[in-house]
Structure formats: structure tokens, C-alpha cells
Ligand binder design. Structure first.
Ligand SMILES: [Zn+2]
Length: 198
């Protein structure tokens, strides 16, 4: 049951938050997205991604119930945002009862949930942290740099590492087959629509 739903989810929307903006069919988050960014063509991929992430987070705040302003946003809200994003995840994270727990290349399907991969979340937080300060936020008040967020990411890294039988230590190792489906990879391959230099 669950897995069906997740398959549908992953077909509709990819891991990356940018997809939350570009696919306007999924949920309320996307509802107000149409007139936001006037897609910049002069920025690097990283800058573009950062801007999309920032817009996505802004929409998340606007759709938040009860209403939440950026100024009142804490590390706890950032964690809430990260958990919210898990529903768009495409990375199988085995629970401890699954026979494939700790198995990097499971030989068969299993009903374990799909989540955002630690690496995606870690990179996302890095971009949002930078964007926050570029948009006038004070470093000492940066919710993306909150201790709770760091701890959460570390916890995710450790638990996913165990659940998926993958080591994140030191440099990134080549990832086993499952990771091929990460849309981040697809995004990396997509060339920018044009190359104006400002
Ligand atoms: Zn499993």
C-alpha cells in the first residue's frame, strides 16, 4: 500500500526541491509558485539551485499553518521542512526489521519507505544557509546553521549509512546502482538554457 503511494509520488516529483516549484500539480506548496522567479539565465547551476531552494522554502513558509515568518523561523522549523521533503524522496532507506537492512544492493523489492538521501539534504541545507545570509539574515540567527539541524543531519547520515550499507566517510565513494535514480544527477546533466554573461 505504502509503496504504491510512494511510487506515485516519486513519479510525480523528483527529489530535488526545485521540482516542487516546477511541477505545479503536486500540492499546495506549488500553488503560489507561478509568478515567483523570473528564471535567471546568467547564474551558475549552483546559484540557480540555491535560488530555487530559497523560493521553495519561502513558499513553504507562506503555506505554513500557523503562519510563519522568516524572522521567527528556528532550527526546529527547518527540521520540520526537511521531514516534509521526505515525502518526495526517492532513496530507499531500510528499517531495521527489513531483511535488506544494511544491504547496499538488495536483490528484491521491499516495502521500506523512500526518503531524501542524506547527501541531498546536506547540500540543500548548505545552499539555504548561504541564501539566508545573502538575503539579509544575520549569521548568528541563521536557522539553517542551528545546532539542532547539524545534529539532525549527522543522525540522518549515520542511520542511512547503516540502513543502506553505505559509508559516507571521507570522500564520496562511487554509489551503488540505486542512486542512479537521483534526479540531482539528471539536473547536473541538464545544460543551462542559455549562456549570457552579465
Ligand atoms: Zn527494506
Amino acid at each position: 500500500m505504502n509503496s504504491n503511494q510512494e511510487v506515485v509520488n516519486s513519479a510525480n516529483s523528483s527529489v530535488n526541491t526545485s521540482m516542487l516549484i516546477s511541477t505545479s500539480n503536486t500540492n499546495s506548496l506549488a500553488s503560489s509558485s507561478s509568478n515567483s522567479a523570473t528564471s535567471p539565465t546568467t547564474l551558475s547551476r549552483y546559484e540557480n539551485q540555491k535560488r530555487r531552494d530559497w523560493n521553495t522554502f519561502g513558499q513553504y513558509l507562506r503555506n505554513h499553518r500557523p503562519p510563519l515568518s522568516l524572522a521567527r523561523c528556528s532550527g526546529a522549523h527547518v527540521l520540520e521542512f526537511l521531514r516534509y521533503l521526505d515525502q518526495f524522496g526517492k532513496t530507499k532507506v531500510h528499517n531495521q526489521l527489513c531483511p535488506f537492512y544494511g544491504h547496499p544492493n538488495p536483490p528484491a523489492p521491499c516495502p521500506c519507505p523512500l526518503r531524501q538521501a542524506w547527501g541531498s539534504l546536506d547540500a540543500l541545507i548548505g545552499r539555504l544557509r548561504a541564501a539566508y545570509e545573502e538575503n539579509g539574515g544575520k549569521p548568528e540567527a541563521n536557522p539553517f546553521g542551528a545546532r539542532a539541524v547539524r545534529l539532525y543531519l549527522r543522525e540522518i547520515r549515520d542511520s542511512q549509512s547503516k540502513a543502506r550499507g553505505i559509508s559516507y566517510e571521507k570522500k564520496k565513494r562511487k554509489r551503488p546502482s540505486q542512486m542512479q535514480h537521483l534526479p540531482a544527477a539528471a539536473l547536473l546533466q541538464a545544460p543551462p538554457s542559455s549562456n549570457l554573461n552579465g
